[in-house]
Design a binder for this molecule. Structure first.
Ligand SMILES: C[S@@+](CC[C@H](N)C(=O)[O-])C[C@H]1O[C@@H](n2cnc3c(N)ncnc32)[C@H](O)[C@@H]1O
Length: 282
């Protein structure tokens, strides 16, 4: 279904990157003459191409005209840059609390469902240290590529210093943090943020396209119960869960309160309700 490709004309450095990525992700390489450039009459052996260019990595869906155009991660322009500049107003920043919310401290946040990293980047832009987990390797590769470009850009380099990406399942990592009360580098976990995949529609066409591609790759999250339970065990201050506006609470567990936007809702589970019964100081 998925292959790694590169842009035309095929430059040796770009081809080398594509080949390295294909080995990393255990995917075949499909060169342009066999795939993207001739897709009208192509054998359509692949539904998705992860295309490498000198400007970074993008994901293209070949067999669905409604999803035309590439998905790539770019924190330096467009909607991401706008959101970053507006971050104090963002509901997510308020839901997480700390610096962005009340002029208080920077927090250690685990984003256990990293996706394309939009929400993580916003939280890091608000001053928090964010450790992202993304278990789908192709999604993680797109995110790593976007972060690398942002780290080299003068407007976003400083934000990237507060972001760490781990490719893998967040659940065992959160469970290990419960044991020690700390992340890999000894820091406490203040907040765990969850944005599990859901089938409902979101309004923006861009988000819709990205979500549909994510859904193709990552499928729907199979065990939100485990994710929420391990998050509630690991976080010392709060767990924040993003939900569609009218969706039921994740695993039907009632939050302490919710912050409601036009299309999404953030359910906040405060420290005093967490199963470890640690003192809430947020
Ligand atoms: C809706 S997307 C998140 C979008 C993200 N908030 C953003 O701003 O781009 C959900 C992502 O969580 C990932 N995911 C789900 N369960 C996970 C887990 N247990 N550990 C790591 N990643 C997980 C999926 O692979 C998917 O990419």
């Amino acid at each position: 279904m998925l292959a790694v490709s590169c842009t035309e004309p095929v430059e040796p450095a770009v081809l080398a990157k594509a080949e390295k990525l294909a080995v990393q992700l255990n995917l075949p390489v499909e060169l342009p003459e066999n795939s993207y450039s001739s897709r009208a009459g192509s054998s359509k052996r692949y539904r998705l191409l992860l295309r490498v260019s000198s400007n970074g990595l993008e994901l293209i869906k070949l067999d669905d005209p409604k999803l035309s155009g590439a998905v790539r991660v770019d924190f330096t322009a467009g909607h991401a840059a706008y959101r970053r500049k507006q971050q104090k107003k963002e509901l997510l920043v308020r839901a997480v609390g700390g610096k962005g919310g009340n002029g208080g401290a920077s927090l250690n946040v685990i984003d256990a469902t990293g996706g394309l990293g939009r929400d993580s980047f916003l939280l890091a832009a608000a001053g928090h240290r964010v450790h992202i987990f993304e278990r789908q390797p192709v999604v993680a590769a797109l995110l790593a590529d976007g972060l690398a470009r942002a780290a080299a850009h003068p407007e976003t380099a400083e934000i990237c210093q507060r972001i760490r990406l781990t490719v893998g399942d967040a659940v065992p990592a959160l469970e290990a943090m419960q044991e020690t009360g700390a992340g890999e580098e000894g820091e406490g976990v203040d907040v765990v943020y969850l944005d599990p995949m859901f089938p409902e529609r979101r309004k923006s066409a861009l988000v819709k396209k990205e979500l549909q591609l994510l859904q193709l790759l990552a499928h729907l999250d199979s065990s939100p119960e485990k994710l929420l339970e391990s998050a509630l065990e690991a976080a010392t201050r709060r767990v924040v869960v993003k939900r569609p506006l009218k969706a039921p609470f994740l695993t039907d567990r009632s939050p302490s309160h919710s912050l409601t936007g036009k299309t999404v809702r953030f359910d906040v589970y405060l420290g005093c309700l967490l199963s470890r019964n640690r003192e809430y100081s947020g």
